[in-house]
Every structure is written in structure tokens, then in C-alpha cells.
Design a protein around this ligand. Structure first.
Ligand code: PMP
Length: 414
């Protein structure tokens, strides 16, 4: 099956699907339709192989070993750092810090930068679209330092109210932390503009790129963001690994987040000197295997190219929105003009959990609930939604199974 919006963006979805072993199974007697990609994507065989190769071929602790396996493991680990640097277009390799994922990246910045540089009365701005991971760490530091958390309101379609943002941002603003794309609604946010306006008042900006990394081209130098976080598992890579990008001059000023092995230069009982970047922020034995395999996920995305991926996913999103909207009682939630491939919806009078459970009986995996964005759901007056999120291996035929399933639920329960 060929998919295209123009000849140059063509690719063969079936050959992509063949690379994902998990997709070829029956769930509850039906072919699996996996539409929970915003929670975590599936992994191509190259990523799975890389994990097996590492553990069966060159498992060793990294950096200080002088034996062959340790050198091989260190090289593979550091190769992923270079690949991540290119993927984000960071200027320096030392600006790439390996973390467990976006959650840890944000906590690292909130804790290290926030506790050091924030003072009472300072303000932090987030948006109404944020995941709990980009709310709670800032609330914690606000509480500790006596700072104020401000929130950019959201329009009914699920976009930043930029007029309101301009009113909120002031010389009191020290940090702005927003997502590149929303996990619940899919909205792609005007982060370039946010970054510029924040910089105009001297604030630094952290971008939560969890939902952008697999879909949107990221260039941290062009964006001029101060921090950018990604998670491997949302971009065809392993769980438990991600990257925090930070501008070198900021990371250099920041104290370590955790103490332990690897992050030190010299330790005496009286005093410890810290290692240089990026190791200052990588205490303890890292998640070596998953970092090594993460490189294959970057390569998988690079090989297809974000333009092709985005074109395919856009076609799926448009189709799903049109088909779902046509069903009686279905209300789409999140209709921003620019979106990644996430479609939330509700069926009037039917709880999202019931929809999710009934779809599962037909092999269709969607996510239901608040999607770790409770304040956002509340602003829509909802407890939660049903969320279908699409990846590069999904097809229009699978969307037909979703809409057929939703239609049956409506007919059965209404
Ligand atoms: N931010 C957003 C927008 C997300 O979608 C997620 C994951 N659902 C996170 C942050 C947290 O990412 P992780 O669980 O990989 O740390």
C-alpha cells in the first residue's frame, strides 16, 4: 500500500509495518489496531535487536573501563549522544544529557536551575495544555522558593491564547515552560514566538518535546530554546531513556541534580569537585542498553524523514477527524489549526472508559481518561476523553475499524 500527498513524500506503509513485530498479532480475536501512540510507540526490529546485541555482545559498564567490552559499550553510548545532538541540531555534544525521559528532564531543570536562580516573587509561566510532568515540578519549586505559577489560557479549539500570554509575560517572569505539541489534543504550539517573547523579558524557556520528537522537525539552535526534553519511548525507542538538551552556558552555571559516581572529578571527605558536562548531570551507572538502542530509533526516523512521516500522519488525522465527526453524538475535542496526529473525542452520554473497553474487545487500542492533563480536561468541563493517536505504521483501514467500532457502540448504547 502506497501513501502519499505528493510523489516525493511517498512511502510503503506495509514495509514499515513489517519492521514492527508487535503489530502482527490478534487481540481479542481481531487484528491489533494500535492507536495509543501518544502514550508510547511500538518498537521496530532494529531497536529490539540493538538491545539484544548489547546484552549478548558487549554489556559492560562505561567510561572508566579499559577492557575491550567497556570501550565498545562506551563508544556505542557516546555515539547515541552524537546522534541525538544531530537530531536536535544542538551546537555541542556536551549539551546532550541522558535522562530517563521528559519527566526527569523537567525535574532536573526545575530542581537544579530553579532552586539556584529563582527568588521570592519571581514568576514561572506554563500553559493550560501541559502534561502533569510540566506542571508539578514547577509547583514544587514555586512552593519552595515563594514564586508564582502563571498559566497561559487555552482557546476553545485548544490553542494558546497569545494575547493573554503577552499580558502575562513581564520582567518578573523567569522561566517559561510549555510543550511543543499537546498529548491530549495534538495542538502544535507557537513555541518560536513564545521563546522570543520570553527572551525579550530575560526569561529562559524549557520546551517539553515529548509529543513533537516523532513528528516535527526540531532545531534547538533555530528555536533558540534554553532547554528541550524528549523521551525515547515516544519516538520508536526504548522506555526509560530520554534527552535533556540545555544550552552549554546555562548547564555550566547549574549545580548537579544528583550526587554519586560518574558526576565527580575528585572526592575527599572535605570537598568534591564535579565532572565536566555532560557527566556532571549523569550520576551513577546510566541506562546503557536503552541509550545504545535509542540510536536506532533516531536512525529509523531519520531514514524515513520527518516530512514523509508528517505527511502520512496528517492524512490519517484528517481522515479520522472527518469520519468521527460524521458520527452522531461524537464531539471532537481539540481542533487547533496545526496538530500532530492526536484526535481526542467524546460520545455524548457514554463514559470514555466504556468506549475504550468496548473498542478493545474489537482489537482497537485507544487511551481514555485525563491523559495526565487534569487541569486541561477541567477547562473543557470534562473528566476525560477517548484519544486515538496515530504513528507512521497506521493506516486508513485501521481508522475505519475505529469508526466502525465507535458507530457500533453508539448504536448499542444509545
Ligand atoms: N509531556 C508530554 C506532553 C507527554 O505526553 C508525556 C508522556 N505522556 C510526558 C511529558 C512525560 O513523558 P515521560 O513519561 O516519557 O517522562
Amino acid at each position: 500500500m502506497e501513501v502519499a500527498t505528493s510523489t516525493s513524500l511517498k512511502f510503503d506503509v506495509e514495509s514499515v509495518r513489517k519492521q514492527f513485530p508487535i503489530l502482527h498479532q490478534k487481540v481479542n480475536g481481531h487484528d491489533l489496531v494500535y492507536f495509543d501512540n501518544a502514550a508510547t510507540t511500538q518498537k521496530p526490529q532494529v531497536v529490539i535487536h540493538a538491545l539484544v546485541d548489547y546484552y549478548s555482545g558487549f554489556n559492560a559498564n562505561i567510561h572508566r573501563g579499559i577492557h575491550t567490552l567497556a570501550e565498545k559499550a562506551t563508544k556505542a553510548f557516546e555515539d547515541t549522544r552524537k546522534t541525538a545532538q544531530h537530531f536536535l541540531n544542538a551546537q555541542h555534544t556536551e549539551e546532550i544529557i541522558f535522562v530517563r525521559g521528559v519527566t526527569e528532564g523537567i525535574n532536573l531543570v526545575a530542581s537544579s536551575y530553579g532552586r539556584t536562580f529563582l527568588k521570592q516573587g519571581d514568576e514561572i509561566i506554563i500553559s493550560g495544555l501541559e502534561h502533569h510532568s510540566n506542571i508539578v515540578p514547577w509547583q514544587m519549586v514555586c512552593e519552595e522558593k515563594g514564586c508564582r505559577l502563571q498559566v497561559i489560557p487555552i482557546t476553545p479549539s485548544g490553542e494558546f491564547d497569545m494575547v493573554a500570554f503577552e499580558k502575562l509575560v513581564s520582567p518578573k517572569t523567569k522561566i517559561v515552560a510549555v510543550n511543543h505539541a499537546s498529548n491530549s489534543l495534538g495542538s502544535i504550539n507557537p513555541i518560536k514566538e513564545v521563546i522570543q517573547k520570553a527572551h525579550d523579558v530575560g526569561a529562559i524557556v524549557l520546551i517539553d518535546g515529548a509529543q513533537a520528537a516523532a513528528h516535527i522537525e526540531i532545531d534547538v539552535q533555530q528555536l533558540d530554546c534554553d532547554f528541550y526534553c524528549i523521551s525515547g519511548h515516544k519516538m520508536y525507542g526504548p522506555t526509560g531513556v530520554g534527552v535533556l538538551y540545555g544550552k552549554k552556558e546555562l548547564l555550566e552555571k547549574m549545580p548537579p541534580y544528583m550526587g554519586g559516581g560518574e558526576m565527580i572529578k575528585n572526592v575527599t571527605f572535605e570537598r568534591t569537585t564535579y565532572n565536566e558536562l555532560p557527566y556532571k548531570f549523569e550520576a551513577g551507572t546510566p541506562n546503557i542498553a536503552d541509550v545504545v538502542a535509542f540510536r536506532e530509533a533516531f536512525a529509523f526516523i531519520n531514514e524515513l524523514g520527518k516530512a514523509k512521516i508528517a505527511a502520512h500522519e496528517h492524512t490519517l488525522l484528517q481522515y479520522a477527524a472527518k469520519e468521527l465527526k460524521a458520527l452522531k453524538c461524537v464531539r471532537l475535542i481539540g481542533t487547533a489549526s496545526e496538530k500532530v496526529s492526536v484526535q481526542s473525542f467524546i460520545i455524548d452520554g457514554i463514559h470514555p472508559f466504556d468506549v475504550g473497553q468496548m473498542l478493545d474487545t474489537r482489537g482497537v487500542a485507544v487511551r481514555t481518561g485525563h491523559h495526565c492533563t487534569q487541569p486541561l480536561m477541567e477547562s473543557f468541563g470534562l473528566e476525560g476523553t477517548v484519544r486515538a493517536s496515530f504513528a507512521v505504521y497506521n493506516t486508513k483501514e485501521e481508522i475505519d475499524k475505529l469508526t466502525e467500532g465507535v458507530d457500533r457502540i453508539i448504536k448499542f448504547l444509545k
